[in-house]
Design a protein around this ligand. Structure first.
Ligand code: PMP
Length: 518
């Protein structure tokens, strides 16, 4: 039986209860730029610097005036939001613009076909479905080849060929029809195996039924294991494990060959894996950019296994890293690219997966739809967002890199002053992580207890909110790492505010004195 919720709300009452404990439950009433406003008891607005930025959804800040203006204009224009099943839609224009940008960055002439959904996790689910359709078609082609070989062998038998001893052993005799029946029975068994996915340890790919199985965090994934296909997770510092895992999961279909008048059996590798999903910068794992070497190993491994390499740029993409795709900086060559979050300008919900033409299965277009998927409003707003990103020779990308470098310099200076408290500063552009050392051995029992209950990040977040008016969270699966993902309009004043807040937290942790937390 679950405990009755303490807060009176009709939604999120338990969440409100938990956040209230840390002073994090606030009702924001207005948002602009990097600032969220709540109302103080006297009714005045209090501004809070938002380092979470919609978990990386706000490249141009909250309610960017140009985007808001455009959104209003789209509605005033009576843009057809819903015109499902008419073939042509604004999503086609959006896919064309996305192709222009990603082909430039990937230095390829290949075409990428867009499939649209409503969120990041949904775009991952679309990816999973498309990859499974592709795997199914690869299996079908393999089986058709085997059936053709069976018929060729049947003709050879009629012409006097004989069944080999090894094959006869399998079928309990030399009867060709029995052999074929046994081959088909065994192949059907192999085929009934559910697909597997490959993903990186620590990776995050969403929380829907299938996508959560590719999300490493056991707390999110574990209870729902029985619902969907599973992933094998590879440590990002040990790409050599890919070969080992592939070998462990290896399966084969039996095929029939005729050589020198003898019918024999051979094994054909069965496509066990549907896709390999990676984030070029692992976000929820604690902001870990993957290396150029890993990017190369992943490409090689996927080519060897014959599976598509999927780059989940839902959080790292859209310019946050300093380039449109974070993968561009490590020469990652994916077959699929997934985008969402910031793509809708922080105002519209949409997700898209872009599939390389060499991997694309066009039948999917008639199989997968969603009422709001590729709607006119989100597509046109995303087009405007991309226009803004690309304006002035890519000034937005430049700003992300420049403001990010300034933030890194600020955080590195804190680390230099507090090496006993700050473990590492990581990331690219404005996708940064500020990692603290484990405080589990603090002299203050309150701090130790907070670590034990995985609550220290909330305690720190509550202090920064109350005392410094900074809204910041740890990443979902690495509670020691604070996620810093503000918009490109990050000002020097805001940086100074974060500098003061972070230094205050470092001093409290160094003093091992939780009583100083506000
Ligand atoms: N993939 C990655 C890399 C993400 O960071 C997230 C969200 N944190 C998702 C997928 C899921 O996106 P959404 O929350 O829009 O479903």
């Amino acid at each position: 039986m679950s405990a009755s919720p303490g807060a009176p709300e009709f939604a999120d009452s338990y969440l409100v209860e938990v956040l209230t404990e840390f002073g994090l439950a606030l009702k924001y009433v207005r948002a602009e730029g990097n600032t969220l406003y709540y109302l103080a008891d006297d009714g005045s607005e209090v501004g809070v610097f938002d380092a979470a930025s919609g978990f990386g959804s706000l490249m141009f800040g909250h309610n960017n005036p140009e985007l808001v203006e455009h959104a209003k204009w789209l509605l005033d224009q009576q843009t057809p939001v819903h015109a499902q099943f008419s073939g042509y839609s604004y999503a086609i224009n959006l896919a064309a613009k996305l192709n222009e940008i990603i082909r430039r960055e990937l230095k390829t002439e290949d075409k990428f076909y867009g499939l649209f959904g409503n969120s990041g996790a949904e775009a991952v689910e679309i990816t999973i479905k498309h990859a499974e359709l592709d795997r199914g078609m690869r299996i079908k082609e393999l089986k058709e080849g085997i059936e053709a070989n069976i018929e060729a062998a049947r003709s050879a038998i009629a012409g006097g060929a004989r069944v080999s001893e090894a094959a006869a052993g399998l079928a309990d005799g030399t009867d060709f029809d029995r052999l074929v029946a046994e081959v088909r029975r065994r192949n059907a068994e192999t085929e009934a195996r559910p697909p597997l996915f490959l993903a990186l340890e620590g990776g995050f790919h969403g929380k829907l039924v299938s996508s959560v199985q590719l999300t490493f965090n056991e707390e999110f994934r574990g209870p729902f294991k029985a619902l969907a296909a599973q992933a094998r997770f590879i440590p990002r510092d040990r790409p050599e494990m890919i070969g080992k895992v592939v070998e462990e999961e290896r399966a084969a279909l039996l095929d029939v060959v005729v050589q020198d008048g003898v019918v024999d059996l051979v094994e054909r590798d069965f496509p066990v894996f549907a896709a390999f999903l990676v984030e070029p910068i692992l976000g929820e794992a604690g902001i870990f950019p993957i290396s150029r070497e890993l990017a190369r190993s992943l490409r090689e491994a996927c080519d060897t296994i014959g599976v598509p390499l999927v780059s989940d740029e839902i959080q790292s993409g859209m310019g946050r890293s300093g380039t449109f795709l974070a993968g561009t900086q490590i020469d990652l060559k994916p077959d699929y690219i997934i985008l969402a979050k910031a793509l809708g300008g922080g105002l519209a919900k949409l997700g898209v997966v872009l599939v390389n033409e060499h991997r694309y299965r066009k039948d999917f277009e008639l199989m997968h739809t969603s009422t709001f998927g590729r709607d006119g409003f989100s597509s046109r707003l995303a087009l405007k967002f991309l226009e803004m990103l690309e304006a002035d020779g890519g000034k937005a990308y430049q700003l992300a890199a420049e403001r990010g470098a300034k933030a890194v310099a600020m955080m590195e200076a804190i680390k230099a002053d507090y090496p006993d408290v700050v473990k590492e500063v990581r990331g690219k552009g404005l996708m940064l992580g500020f990692e603290l050392h484990d405080q589990g051995k603090s002299a203050d029992p309150e701090i130790r207890e907070a670590v034990e209950h995985e609550a220290l990040a909330f305690v720190i977040g509550g202090h920064l909110l109350r005392k410094h008016r900074i809204r910041i969270f740890s990443t979902a699966s690495n509670l020691e790492t604070m996620r810093f993902e503000p918009s490109i309009f990050l000002s020097d004043e805001e940086l100074a505010q974060v500098d003061a807040g972070f230094r205050d937290v470092c001093q409290i942790l160094r003093d091992q004195d939780a009583s100083k937390f506000a």
